[in-house]
Design a protein around this ligand. Structure first.
Ligand code: GTP
Ligand code: SPV
Ligand code: MN
Length: 595
Protein backbone atom coordinates (compact mmCIF):
# COMPACT_ATOMS: atom_id res chain seq x y z
CA UNK A 1 0.00 0.00 0.00
CA UNK A 2 1.40 3.41 -0.94
CA UNK A 3 1.37 5.99 1.83
CA UNK A 4 1.15 9.15 -0.26
CA UNK A 5 -0.41 10.79 -3.29
CA UNK A 6 2.69 12.94 -3.85
CA UNK A 7 3.28 12.52 -7.60
CA UNK A 8 7.03 13.18 -7.41
CA UNK A 9 7.48 10.52 -4.73
CA UNK A 10 5.31 8.04 -6.60
CA UNK A 11 7.25 8.62 -9.81
CA UNK A 12 10.57 8.15 -8.00
CA UNK A 13 9.38 4.85 -6.54
CA UNK A 14 7.92 3.70 -9.86
CA UNK A 15 11.14 4.46 -11.73
CA UNK A 16 13.17 2.53 -9.15
CA UNK A 17 10.70 -0.36 -9.36
CA UNK A 18 10.95 -0.47 -13.16
CA UNK A 19 14.74 -0.53 -12.91
CA UNK A 20 15.26 -3.05 -10.11
CA UNK A 21 12.17 -5.30 -10.57
CA UNK A 22 11.44 -6.25 -6.94
CA UNK A 23 8.84 -8.92 -6.15
CA UNK A 24 7.04 -6.49 -3.89
CA UNK A 25 7.23 -2.93 -2.61
CA UNK A 26 6.75 -2.18 1.09
CA UNK A 27 6.30 1.36 2.42
CA UNK A 28 7.75 1.97 5.86
CA UNK A 29 5.07 3.62 7.97
CA UNK A 30 7.15 4.07 11.11
CA UNK A 31 5.04 1.74 13.25
CA UNK A 32 6.70 -0.52 15.79
CA UNK A 33 4.54 -3.42 14.56
CA UNK A 34 5.91 -3.17 11.03
CA UNK A 35 9.51 -2.86 12.26
CA UNK A 36 9.03 -5.90 14.47
CA UNK A 37 7.75 -7.93 11.52
CA UNK A 38 10.85 -6.93 9.55
CA UNK A 39 13.21 -7.81 12.39
CA UNK A 40 11.60 -11.25 12.61
CA UNK A 41 12.07 -11.74 8.90
CA UNK A 42 15.72 -10.66 9.12
CA UNK A 43 16.23 -13.12 11.99
CA UNK A 44 14.88 -15.95 9.88
CA UNK A 45 17.55 -15.31 7.24
CA UNK A 46 20.39 -14.66 9.70
CA UNK A 47 20.68 -11.01 8.68
CA UNK A 48 19.94 -10.10 12.31
CA UNK A 49 20.62 -12.19 15.40
CA UNK A 50 18.49 -11.50 18.45
CA UNK A 51 20.60 -10.80 21.54
CA UNK A 52 19.95 -11.72 25.17
CA UNK A 53 16.53 -10.22 25.94
CA UNK A 54 17.30 -9.87 29.65
CA UNK A 55 20.72 -8.28 29.35
CA UNK A 56 20.20 -6.43 26.07
CA UNK A 57 16.46 -5.99 25.53
CA UNK A 58 15.44 -5.23 21.94
CA UNK A 59 19.05 -5.51 20.75
CA UNK A 60 20.29 -7.23 17.60
CA UNK A 61 23.57 -8.37 16.11
CA UNK A 62 24.56 -7.95 12.48
CA UNK A 63 27.60 -8.85 10.41
CA UNK A 64 28.34 -7.09 7.16
CA UNK A 65 30.20 -8.81 4.34
CA UNK A 66 33.92 -9.26 4.99
CA UNK A 67 34.84 -6.88 2.18
CA UNK A 68 32.34 -4.25 3.30
CA UNK A 69 33.22 -2.85 6.72
CA UNK A 70 33.81 0.90 6.28
CA UNK A 71 33.14 3.89 4.08
CA UNK A 72 34.81 3.62 0.69
CA UNK A 73 36.16 7.07 -0.11
CA UNK A 74 37.84 5.89 -3.30
CA UNK A 75 34.49 4.75 -4.69
CA UNK A 76 32.52 7.79 -3.55
CA UNK A 77 31.77 10.33 -6.27
CA UNK A 78 30.36 13.83 -6.48
CA UNK A 79 28.49 13.94 -9.77
CA UNK A 80 28.23 17.61 -10.70
CA UNK A 81 27.49 18.51 -14.30
CA UNK A 82 30.77 20.41 -14.57
CA UNK A 83 33.88 18.64 -13.33
CA UNK A 84 35.41 21.88 -12.04
CA UNK A 85 32.51 22.23 -9.56
CA UNK A 86 33.46 19.11 -7.63
CA UNK A 87 36.93 20.29 -6.67
CA UNK A 88 40.22 18.61 -5.77
CA UNK A 89 39.04 16.80 -2.61
CA UNK A 90 36.37 14.73 -4.39
CA UNK A 91 36.21 12.05 -7.04
CA UNK A 92 34.13 13.15 -9.97
CA UNK A 93 31.93 11.28 -12.40
CA UNK A 94 29.66 12.86 -15.01
CA UNK A 95 26.03 12.47 -13.88
CA UNK A 96 24.96 10.72 -17.07
CA UNK A 97 27.79 8.22 -16.80
CA UNK A 98 27.16 7.69 -13.08
CA UNK A 99 23.44 6.98 -13.58
CA UNK A 100 24.38 4.61 -16.39
CA UNK A 101 27.02 2.73 -14.40
CA UNK A 102 24.75 2.34 -11.37
CA UNK A 103 21.69 1.47 -13.47
CA UNK A 104 23.64 -1.37 -15.04
CA UNK A 105 24.35 -2.72 -11.56
CA UNK A 106 20.82 -2.14 -10.28
CA UNK A 107 18.92 -3.45 -13.30
CA UNK A 108 16.80 -6.39 -12.16
CA UNK A 109 18.81 -6.61 -8.93
CA UNK A 110 15.76 -6.78 -6.65
CA UNK A 111 14.14 -9.75 -8.48
CA UNK A 112 13.08 -12.16 -5.78
CA UNK A 113 13.59 -9.45 -3.16
CA UNK A 114 11.45 -6.84 -1.47
CA UNK A 115 11.93 -3.14 -2.06
CA UNK A 116 11.42 -0.95 0.99
CA UNK A 117 10.47 2.71 0.68
CA UNK A 118 11.62 4.70 3.71
CA UNK A 119 10.31 8.24 4.09
CA UNK A 120 12.70 9.90 6.55
CA UNK A 121 13.30 13.30 8.02
CA UNK A 122 16.65 14.79 8.99
CA UNK A 123 16.04 17.09 11.95
CA UNK A 124 12.99 17.30 14.22
CA UNK A 125 9.97 17.01 11.91
CA UNK A 126 8.58 20.38 13.04
CA UNK A 127 11.88 22.25 12.64
CA UNK A 128 12.65 24.79 9.91
CA UNK A 129 16.07 23.13 9.79
CA UNK A 130 14.52 19.78 8.84
CA UNK A 131 14.72 18.18 5.38
CA UNK A 132 12.92 15.17 3.95
CA UNK A 133 14.38 12.23 2.09
CA UNK A 134 13.05 9.00 0.63
CA UNK A 135 15.41 6.05 0.75
CA UNK A 136 14.67 3.02 -1.37
CA UNK A 137 16.55 -0.09 -0.30
CA UNK A 138 16.45 -3.87 -0.47
CA UNK A 139 18.05 -4.25 2.97
CA UNK A 140 16.09 -4.80 6.18
CA UNK A 141 19.26 -3.88 8.10
CA UNK A 142 19.09 -0.47 6.43
CA UNK A 143 15.39 -0.08 7.26
CA UNK A 144 15.76 -0.88 10.95
CA UNK A 145 18.95 1.20 11.22
CA UNK A 146 17.32 4.19 9.51
CA UNK A 147 14.43 3.85 11.97
CA UNK A 148 16.96 4.42 14.78
CA UNK A 149 19.13 7.05 13.09
CA UNK A 150 16.35 9.22 11.61
CA UNK A 151 12.64 9.98 11.99
CA UNK A 152 10.81 7.66 9.59
CA UNK A 153 7.30 6.95 8.38
CA UNK A 154 3.93 8.48 7.62
CA UNK A 155 4.48 11.71 9.59
CA UNK A 156 7.37 12.52 7.27
CA UNK A 157 5.18 12.15 4.17
CA UNK A 158 2.60 14.37 5.84
CA UNK A 159 5.26 17.01 6.35
CA UNK A 160 6.34 16.70 2.70
CA UNK A 161 2.77 17.04 1.38
CA UNK A 162 2.85 17.39 -2.40
CA UNK A 163 6.23 19.11 -2.43
CA UNK A 164 9.00 18.03 -4.77
CA UNK A 165 11.66 19.11 -2.23
CA UNK A 166 13.06 15.79 -1.03
CA UNK A 167 16.28 13.88 -1.48
CA UNK A 168 15.97 10.77 -3.64
CA UNK A 169 18.07 7.98 -2.17
CA UNK A 170 18.35 4.68 -4.01
CA UNK A 171 20.27 1.85 -2.40
CA UNK A 172 20.72 -1.69 -3.65
CA UNK A 173 22.91 -4.35 -2.05
CA UNK A 174 23.16 -6.00 -5.47
CA UNK A 175 26.05 -8.52 -5.36
CA UNK A 176 28.13 -6.66 -2.71
CA UNK A 177 30.78 -6.65 -5.43
CA UNK A 178 33.51 -4.29 -4.22
CA UNK A 179 34.79 -3.81 -7.75
CA UNK A 180 31.44 -2.34 -8.70
CA UNK A 181 30.69 -0.53 -5.45
CA UNK A 182 29.63 3.08 -6.05
CA UNK A 183 28.46 5.77 -3.66
CA UNK A 184 27.16 8.48 -5.96
CA UNK A 185 25.98 11.92 -4.92
CA UNK A 186 24.15 14.13 -7.41
CA UNK A 187 23.93 17.46 -5.56
CA UNK A 188 22.29 19.27 -8.48
CA UNK A 189 19.54 16.60 -8.65
CA UNK A 190 19.01 16.11 -4.90
CA UNK A 191 19.83 12.45 -5.48
CA UNK A 192 22.03 9.69 -4.00
CA UNK A 193 22.62 6.26 -5.54
CA UNK A 194 24.49 3.62 -3.61
CA UNK A 195 25.19 0.14 -4.93
CA UNK A 196 27.01 -3.04 -3.88
CA UNK A 197 27.46 -2.14 -0.19
CA UNK A 198 25.57 -2.90 2.99
CA UNK A 199 27.67 -0.90 5.44
CA UNK A 200 26.90 2.17 7.56
CA UNK A 201 27.99 5.41 6.00
CA UNK A 202 27.71 3.90 2.51
CA UNK A 203 24.07 2.89 2.84
CA UNK A 204 22.34 4.78 5.65
CA UNK A 205 21.79 7.50 3.09
CA UNK A 206 20.43 10.04 5.57
CA UNK A 207 23.79 10.22 7.27
CA UNK A 208 26.98 11.20 5.41
CA UNK A 209 25.50 11.12 1.88
CA UNK A 210 22.55 13.41 2.62
CA UNK A 211 23.17 15.22 5.92
CA UNK A 212 26.72 16.19 4.88
CA UNK A 213 27.40 15.84 1.13
CA UNK A 214 24.02 16.89 -0.28
CA UNK A 215 23.18 19.17 2.67
CA UNK A 216 26.51 21.04 2.49
CA UNK A 217 25.63 21.90 -1.12
CA UNK A 218 22.09 22.91 -0.17
CA UNK A 219 23.48 24.97 2.70
CA UNK A 220 25.82 26.87 0.39
CA UNK A 221 22.91 27.76 -1.88
CA UNK A 222 20.45 28.50 0.91
CA UNK A 223 22.71 30.28 3.43
CA UNK A 224 23.28 27.64 6.11
CA UNK A 225 25.89 24.99 6.89
CA UNK A 226 26.06 21.20 7.28
CA UNK A 227 29.08 20.11 9.31
CA UNK A 228 30.74 16.97 10.71
CA UNK A 229 30.27 18.17 14.29
CA UNK A 230 29.07 17.02 17.66
CA UNK A 231 26.96 19.40 19.72
CA UNK A 232 27.17 19.56 23.51
CA UNK A 233 25.95 21.76 26.33
CA UNK A 234 27.88 22.62 29.48
CA UNK A 235 25.77 23.30 32.54
CA UNK A 236 27.36 25.45 35.25
CA UNK A 237 26.62 25.08 38.96
CA UNK A 238 24.39 28.19 38.77
CA UNK A 239 22.26 26.52 36.07
CA UNK A 240 23.62 28.55 33.13
CA UNK A 241 24.18 26.58 29.92
CA UNK A 242 26.70 27.16 27.15
CA UNK A 243 26.81 25.26 23.86
CA UNK A 244 29.70 24.26 21.64
CA UNK A 245 30.04 22.28 18.41
CA UNK A 246 33.20 20.37 17.56
CA UNK A 247 34.47 18.97 14.26
CA UNK A 248 36.88 16.04 14.55
CA UNK A 249 37.52 13.57 11.71
CA UNK A 250 36.02 10.08 11.76
CA UNK A 251 37.01 8.05 14.83
CA UNK A 252 38.75 11.03 16.43
CA UNK A 253 36.59 11.55 19.48
CA UNK A 254 33.25 13.22 18.68
CA UNK A 255 31.02 10.66 20.40
CA UNK A 256 33.37 10.57 23.37
CA UNK A 257 33.44 14.34 23.82
CA UNK A 258 29.71 14.71 23.23
CA UNK A 259 28.89 12.23 26.01
CA UNK A 260 31.78 12.95 28.37
CA UNK A 261 31.48 12.81 32.13
CA UNK A 262 33.33 15.75 33.69
CA UNK A 263 35.91 14.70 36.30
CA UNK A 264 34.40 14.12 39.74
CA UNK A 265 36.16 17.28 40.92
CA UNK A 266 33.75 19.21 38.67
CA UNK A 267 30.63 17.08 38.87
CA UNK A 268 30.65 17.36 42.67
CA UNK A 269 30.46 21.12 42.27
CA UNK A 270 27.48 20.80 39.94
CA UNK A 271 29.04 20.94 36.46
CA UNK A 272 27.34 18.75 33.85
CA UNK A 273 27.75 17.97 30.18
CA UNK A 274 24.64 17.38 28.05
CA UNK A 275 24.67 15.71 24.64
CA UNK A 276 22.76 17.17 21.68
CA UNK A 277 24.50 15.32 18.84
CA UNK A 278 27.60 13.20 18.21
CA UNK A 279 28.34 13.41 14.49
CA UNK A 280 26.50 15.98 12.39
CA UNK A 281 25.31 19.55 12.99
CA UNK A 282 23.17 21.75 10.77
CA UNK A 283 23.89 25.40 11.49
CA UNK A 284 21.75 28.46 10.84
CA UNK A 285 22.03 32.12 11.78
CA UNK A 286 19.39 33.28 14.27
CA UNK A 287 17.64 36.66 14.40
CA UNK A 288 20.07 37.64 17.18
CA UNK A 289 23.10 37.22 14.88
CA UNK A 290 24.28 34.07 16.62
CA UNK A 291 24.86 30.66 15.05
CA UNK A 292 22.33 27.95 16.03
CA UNK A 293 22.93 24.19 15.81
CA UNK A 294 20.52 21.30 15.31
CA UNK A 295 21.39 17.61 15.22
CA UNK A 296 19.69 16.20 12.10
CA UNK A 297 19.98 12.64 13.39
CA UNK A 298 17.95 10.71 15.95
CA UNK A 299 20.49 8.09 16.94
CA UNK A 300 24.19 7.37 17.30
CA UNK A 301 26.22 5.22 14.91
CA UNK A 302 29.16 4.99 17.27
CA UNK A 303 32.56 3.30 17.23
CA UNK A 304 32.38 0.31 19.60
CA UNK A 305 36.06 -0.51 20.33
CA UNK A 306 37.42 1.46 23.25
CA UNK A 307 33.96 2.16 24.66
CA UNK A 308 33.75 1.01 28.28
CA UNK A 309 32.37 1.90 31.69
CA UNK A 310 35.35 4.12 32.39
CA UNK A 311 36.06 5.80 29.02
CA UNK A 312 32.45 6.49 28.10
CA UNK A 313 29.78 5.14 30.47
CA UNK A 314 27.10 7.22 28.76
CA UNK A 315 27.77 5.72 25.33
CA UNK A 316 27.80 2.28 26.88
CA UNK A 317 24.45 2.94 28.55
CA UNK A 318 23.01 4.02 25.17
CA UNK A 319 23.64 0.51 23.85
CA UNK A 320 21.76 -1.47 26.49
CA UNK A 321 18.39 -1.37 24.74
CA UNK A 322 17.01 -1.14 21.22
CA UNK A 323 20.49 -1.19 19.69
CA UNK A 324 21.96 -2.89 16.62
CA UNK A 325 25.59 -3.98 16.85
CA UNK A 326 27.57 -4.40 13.64
CA UNK A 327 30.83 -6.37 13.29
CA UNK A 328 31.57 -6.57 17.03
CA UNK A 329 32.31 -9.97 18.61
CA UNK A 330 29.37 -12.17 19.57
CA UNK A 331 29.36 -14.12 22.79
CA UNK A 332 27.78 -17.31 21.54
CA UNK A 333 27.12 -18.58 25.08
CA UNK A 334 24.88 -15.85 26.45
CA UNK A 335 24.15 -13.86 23.27
CA UNK A 336 25.86 -10.70 24.39
CA UNK A 337 28.51 -8.65 22.61
CA UNK A 338 32.16 -7.79 23.16
CA UNK A 339 34.83 -5.58 21.64
CA UNK A 340 38.43 -4.61 22.41
CA UNK A 341 38.47 -2.33 25.41
CA UNK A 342 35.03 -3.31 26.76
CA UNK A 343 36.75 -5.41 29.44
CA UNK A 344 40.44 -6.16 29.98
CA UNK A 345 40.26 -9.73 28.75
CA UNK A 346 37.79 -11.29 26.35
CA UNK A 347 35.24 -13.70 27.83
CA UNK A 348 35.13 -17.31 26.68
CA UNK A 349 33.00 -18.44 23.79
CA UNK A 350 33.44 -15.47 21.49
CA UNK A 351 32.82 -15.53 17.78
CA UNK A 352 34.94 -12.88 16.11
CA UNK A 353 33.44 -10.26 13.79
CA UNK A 354 33.78 -12.71 10.92
CA UNK A 355 31.73 -15.30 12.79
CA UNK A 356 34.64 -17.65 13.51
CA UNK A 357 35.33 -19.02 16.99
CA UNK A 358 37.94 -16.77 18.58
CA UNK A 359 41.29 -18.39 19.09
CA UNK A 360 43.20 -16.97 22.09
CA UNK A 361 46.54 -17.39 20.34
CA UNK A 362 45.38 -15.25 17.43
CA UNK A 363 46.71 -11.71 17.17
CA UNK A 364 43.78 -10.60 15.02
CA UNK A 365 41.20 -8.16 16.35
CA UNK A 366 38.12 -9.94 17.66
CA UNK A 367 35.79 -7.06 16.93
CA UNK A 368 36.48 -5.11 13.73
CA UNK A 369 38.26 -1.78 14.56
CA UNK A 370 35.36 0.00 12.82
CA UNK A 371 32.65 -2.09 14.46
CA UNK A 372 29.72 0.06 15.56
CA UNK A 373 26.58 0.37 17.63
CA UNK A 374 23.40 1.95 16.29
CA UNK A 375 21.55 3.31 19.32
CA UNK A 376 18.56 5.64 19.76
CA UNK A 377 19.55 9.09 21.07
CA UNK A 378 16.78 8.93 23.63
CA UNK A 379 18.68 6.09 25.36
CA UNK A 380 21.48 8.47 26.29
CA UNK A 381 21.52 9.22 30.04
CA UNK A 382 22.99 12.66 29.32
CA UNK A 383 20.81 13.62 26.36
CA UNK A 384 19.90 17.30 26.69
CA UNK A 385 16.23 17.96 27.34
CA UNK A 386 16.29 20.47 24.46
CA UNK A 387 18.09 18.24 21.94
CA UNK A 388 15.05 18.30 19.67
CA UNK A 389 14.43 22.05 20.00
CA UNK A 390 13.30 23.01 16.48
CA UNK A 391 15.30 26.25 16.69
CA UNK A 392 18.53 24.58 17.81
CA UNK A 393 20.96 25.91 20.40
CA UNK A 394 23.18 29.03 20.16
CA UNK A 395 26.89 28.24 19.85
CA UNK A 396 29.49 29.99 21.99
CA UNK A 397 32.35 28.14 20.31
CA UNK A 398 33.28 25.99 17.36
CA UNK A 399 36.14 23.60 18.06
CA UNK A 400 38.24 21.93 15.39
CA UNK A 401 40.46 19.03 16.27
CA UNK A 402 42.51 16.27 14.77
CA UNK A 403 44.66 13.32 15.65
CA UNK A 404 48.18 14.75 15.57
CA UNK A 405 50.99 12.96 17.36
CA UNK A 406 53.08 16.11 16.98
CA UNK A 407 52.62 19.73 16.00
CA UNK A 408 49.16 20.87 17.12
CA UNK A 409 49.11 22.04 20.76
CA UNK A 410 46.47 20.88 23.25
CA UNK A 411 44.33 23.93 22.48
CA UNK A 412 44.58 27.30 20.77
CA UNK A 413 42.14 30.01 19.77
CA UNK A 414 41.91 31.80 16.46
CA UNK A 415 42.25 35.58 16.34
CA UNK A 416 38.81 36.08 14.75
CA UNK A 417 36.25 34.31 12.52
CA UNK A 418 38.24 34.54 9.28
CA UNK A 419 41.35 33.27 11.04
CA UNK A 420 39.16 30.54 12.55
CA UNK A 421 38.13 29.49 9.04
CA UNK A 422 41.85 29.34 8.23
CA UNK A 423 42.49 27.17 11.29
CA UNK A 424 39.75 24.78 10.14
CA UNK A 425 41.02 24.82 6.57
CA UNK A 426 44.55 23.69 7.53
CA UNK A 427 43.40 20.86 9.79
CA UNK A 428 45.20 17.58 9.38
CA UNK A 429 44.65 14.23 11.02
CA UNK A 430 45.81 10.65 10.95
CA UNK A 431 43.50 8.39 8.96
CA UNK A 432 41.44 5.80 10.91
CA UNK A 433 39.57 2.56 10.35
CA UNK A 434 36.33 4.46 9.66
CA UNK A 435 37.24 4.43 5.98
CA UNK A 436 38.97 1.74 3.95
CA UNK A 437 42.67 2.29 3.23
CA UNK A 438 45.81 2.86 5.27
CA UNK A 439 45.41 3.85 8.93
CA UNK A 440 47.62 6.42 10.69
CA UNK A 441 48.62 8.48 7.67
CA UNK A 442 48.47 12.25 8.26
CA UNK A 443 46.38 13.97 5.61
CA UNK A 444 44.80 17.38 5.29
CA UNK A 445 41.22 17.13 6.47
CA UNK A 446 39.72 20.62 6.41
CA UNK A 447 36.98 21.08 9.01
CA UNK A 448 36.95 17.23 9.34
CA UNK A 449 34.91 17.42 6.11
CA UNK A 450 37.37 16.20 3.49
CA UNK A 451 35.27 13.10 2.58
CA UNK A 452 31.97 14.93 3.02
CA UNK A 453 32.06 18.30 1.20
CA UNK A 454 29.54 17.87 -1.62
CA UNK A 455 31.08 20.52 -3.86
CA UNK A 456 34.30 22.48 -4.47
CA UNK A 457 36.39 22.88 -1.31
CA UNK A 458 37.36 26.44 -2.32
CA UNK A 459 33.69 27.43 -2.59
CA UNK A 460 33.10 25.68 0.73
CA UNK A 461 35.80 27.81 2.40
CA UNK A 462 34.28 30.90 0.78
CA UNK A 463 30.89 29.93 2.21
CA UNK A 464 32.42 29.79 5.70
CA UNK A 465 33.92 33.28 5.17
CA UNK A 466 30.57 34.58 3.87
CA UNK A 467 28.64 33.13 6.83
CA UNK A 468 30.98 35.03 9.16
CA UNK A 469 30.07 38.30 7.49
CA UNK A 470 26.37 37.68 8.20
CA UNK A 471 26.79 37.07 11.95
CA UNK A 472 26.96 39.95 14.41
CA UNK A 473 27.89 37.54 17.17
CA UNK A 474 29.68 34.53 15.66
CA UNK A 475 31.01 31.67 17.79
CA UNK A 476 34.68 31.91 18.77
CA UNK A 477 36.84 29.35 16.97
CA UNK A 478 39.31 26.98 18.64
CA UNK A 479 41.51 24.03 17.75
CA UNK A 480 42.27 21.11 20.08
CA UNK A 481 44.49 18.03 19.93
CA UNK A 482 43.94 15.27 22.49
CA UNK A 483 46.43 12.99 20.75
CA UNK A 484 49.93 14.41 21.32
CA UNK A 485 52.35 11.57 22.08
CA UNK A 486 55.73 11.37 23.77
CA UNK A 487 58.89 9.80 22.30
CA UNK A 488 57.57 6.35 23.19
CA UNK A 489 54.18 6.90 21.63
CA UNK A 490 52.15 7.34 24.84
CA UNK A 491 49.32 9.86 24.86
CA UNK A 492 50.53 12.81 26.93
CA UNK A 493 47.12 14.29 27.69
CA UNK A 494 44.66 12.16 29.70
CA UNK A 495 41.78 12.97 27.33
CA UNK A 496 38.19 11.76 27.73
CA UNK A 497 36.55 13.32 30.85
CA UNK A 498 39.58 15.47 31.50
CA UNK A 499 38.93 17.23 28.20
CA UNK A 500 36.39 19.12 30.30
CA UNK A 501 39.30 21.16 31.68
CA UNK A 502 39.97 22.45 28.17
CA UNK A 503 36.28 23.11 27.54
CA UNK A 504 36.21 25.19 30.71
CA UNK A 505 39.08 27.35 29.40
CA UNK A 506 37.37 27.68 26.02
CA UNK A 507 34.14 28.99 27.56
CA UNK A 508 36.10 31.36 29.80
CA UNK A 509 37.74 32.75 26.66
CA UNK A 510 34.32 33.16 25.04
CA UNK A 511 33.13 35.07 28.09
CA UNK A 512 36.27 37.21 28.26
CA UNK A 513 37.18 35.82 31.67
CA UNK A 514 40.75 34.74 31.05
CA UNK A 515 43.84 36.05 29.26
CA UNK A 516 45.91 34.07 26.79
CA UNK A 517 49.33 34.24 25.21
CA UNK A 518 49.50 35.44 21.63
CA UNK A 519 51.66 33.13 19.51
CA UNK A 520 52.46 32.60 15.85
CA UNK A 521 49.38 30.42 15.40
CA UNK A 522 46.85 32.18 17.65
CA UNK A 523 46.02 32.45 21.35
CA UNK A 524 47.38 29.69 23.58
CA UNK A 525 46.46 29.24 27.26
CA UNK A 526 48.88 30.12 30.02
CA UNK A 527 49.53 26.80 31.73
CA UNK A 528 48.21 28.05 35.07
CA UNK A 529 44.84 28.81 33.47
CA UNK A 530 44.02 25.18 32.71
CA UNK A 531 42.80 23.68 35.96
CA UNK A 532 44.72 20.54 36.89
CA UNK A 533 43.12 20.07 40.33
CA UNK A 534 42.52 16.44 41.24
CA UNK A 535 44.00 15.27 37.95
CA UNK A 536 45.80 11.97 38.26
CA UNK A 537 47.09 10.49 35.02
CA UNK A 538 49.97 8.17 34.37
CA UNK A 539 51.38 8.74 30.89
CA UNK A 540 53.55 5.67 31.18
CA UNK A 541 54.92 3.63 34.03
CA UNK A 542 56.39 5.99 36.58
CA UNK A 543 55.63 9.10 34.52
CA UNK A 544 52.76 11.21 35.84
CA UNK A 545 51.11 14.09 34.08
CA UNK A 546 51.99 17.41 35.68
CA UNK A 547 52.11 21.09 34.86
CA UNK A 548 55.40 20.62 33.01
CA UNK A 549 53.77 18.10 30.69
CA UNK A 550 50.98 20.61 30.19
CA UNK A 551 53.53 23.29 29.25
CA UNK A 552 55.07 20.87 26.81
CA UNK A 553 51.78 20.13 25.02
CA UNK A 554 50.91 23.82 24.94
CA UNK A 555 54.17 24.74 23.23
CA UNK A 556 54.05 25.88 19.64
CA UNK A 557 56.88 23.90 18.08
CA UNK A 558 58.06 26.23 15.32
CA UNK A 559 60.11 23.56 13.56
CA UNK A 560 57.16 21.19 13.37
CA UNK A 561 54.93 24.02 12.13
CA UNK A 562 57.43 25.12 9.54
CA UNK A 563 57.61 21.53 8.33
CA UNK A 564 53.79 21.51 8.02
CA UNK A 565 53.70 24.71 5.97
CA UNK A 566 54.80 23.08 2.74
CA UNK A 567 52.03 20.50 3.01
CA UNK A 568 49.51 23.31 3.58
CA UNK A 569 50.94 25.18 0.58
CA UNK A 570 50.57 22.04 -1.55
CA UNK A 571 46.97 21.61 -0.43
CA UNK A 572 46.11 25.24 -1.07
CA UNK A 573 47.75 24.99 -4.51
CA UNK A 574 45.24 22.29 -5.49
CA UNK A 575 42.41 24.73 -4.73
CA UNK A 576 43.75 27.30 -7.18
CA UNK A 577 41.78 30.45 -7.90
CA UNK A 578 38.82 29.40 -5.75
CA UNK A 579 40.88 29.79 -2.58
CA UNK A 580 39.44 32.76 -0.63
CA UNK A 581 41.93 35.63 -0.35
CA UNK A 582 41.35 35.75 3.42
CA UNK A 583 42.87 32.28 3.73
CA UNK A 584 45.83 33.10 1.50
CA UNK A 585 46.66 36.12 3.65
CA UNK A 586 46.27 34.09 6.88
CA UNK A 587 48.77 31.57 5.53
CA UNK A 588 51.19 34.35 4.55
CA UNK A 589 50.85 35.78 8.02
CA UNK A 590 51.47 32.40 9.64
CA UNK A 591 54.60 31.90 7.55
CA UNK A 592 55.87 35.33 8.53
CA UNK A 593 55.08 34.70 12.21
CA UNK A 594 57.00 31.44 12.18
CA UNK A 595 60.17 33.02 10.76
P1 GTP B 1 32.94 8.75 13.95
O1 GTP B 1 31.71 8.11 14.47
O2 GTP B 1 33.71 7.85 13.04
O3 GTP B 1 32.69 10.06 13.30
O4 GTP B 1 33.98 8.91 15.19
P2 GTP B 1 34.01 9.89 16.46
O5 GTP B 1 34.67 11.17 16.05
O6 GTP B 1 32.69 9.99 17.10
O7 GTP B 1 35.07 9.14 17.41
P3 GTP B 1 34.85 8.40 18.82
O8 GTP B 1 34.38 9.33 19.91
O9 GTP B 1 34.02 7.20 18.57
O10 GTP B 1 36.34 7.98 19.18
C1 GTP B 1 37.11 7.16 18.34
C2 GTP B 1 38.31 6.62 19.05
O11 GTP B 1 39.08 7.68 19.65
C3 GTP B 1 37.96 5.66 20.19
O12 GTP B 1 38.80 4.56 20.09
C4 GTP B 1 38.25 6.44 21.44
O13 GTP B 1 38.64 5.60 22.48
C5 GTP B 1 39.34 7.40 21.01
N1 GTP B 1 39.27 8.67 21.79
C6 GTP B 1 38.19 9.48 21.92
N2 GTP B 1 38.46 10.54 22.74
C7 GTP B 1 39.75 10.41 23.11
C8 GTP B 1 40.62 11.19 23.95
O14 GTP B 1 40.24 12.22 24.49
N3 GTP B 1 41.90 10.74 24.09
C9 GTP B 1 42.33 9.59 23.49
N4 GTP B 1 43.59 9.23 23.69
N5 GTP B 1 41.54 8.83 22.71
C10 GTP B 1 40.27 9.22 22.51
C1 SPV C 1 32.35 8.39 10.09
O1 SPV C 1 33.08 7.63 9.42
O2 SPV C 1 32.62 9.61 10.26
C2 SPV C 1 31.14 7.85 10.75
C3 SPV C 1 30.71 6.50 10.42
O3 SPV C 1 30.52 8.57 11.51
S1 SPV C 1 29.89 6.42 8.88
O4 SPV C 1 28.47 6.57 9.10
O5 SPV C 1 30.19 5.12 8.30
O6 SPV C 1 30.33 7.51 8.04
MN1 MN D 1 31.44 10.64 11.66
Amino acid sequence: MTLTTNQAVLKFVQDATDLTCPDQVVWIDGSEAQLETLRKEAMSTGELIKLNEEKLPGCYYHRSALNDVARVEGRTFICTRKQEDCGPTNNWMAPQEAYQVASDVLRGSMKGRTMYVIPFCMGPVASRFAKVGIEITDSIYVVVSMAIMTRVGKTVLDKLGDSNDFVRGLHGKCQLDEEKRYILQFPEDNAIWSVNSGYGGNVLLGKKCFALRIASFQGKNEGWMAEHMLILGIEYPDGQKKYVAAAFPSACGKTNLAMMLPPEYYSKKGYKVWTLGDDIAWLRIGADGRLYAVNPEAGFFGVAPGTNAKSNPNALACTHEGTIFTNVALNSKDKTVWWEGLTKTPPEGLLNWKGEPHDDSSKEKIAHPNSRFTAPAKNCPCIADNWEDPDGVPLSAIIFGGRRAKCAPLVYQSRDWDHGVFVGSIMASETTAAATGAVGVVRRDPMAMRPFIGYHVGDYFQHWIDMGKKMSNPPKVFHVNWFRTDEEGHFMWPGFGDNFRVLEWIIKRCEGQVEAAETAIGYVPKAEDICLDALDYEISEGRKFNVDTLREILTVDKDAWNADISSIEDFYATIGSRLPKELRSSLDKLEANLK
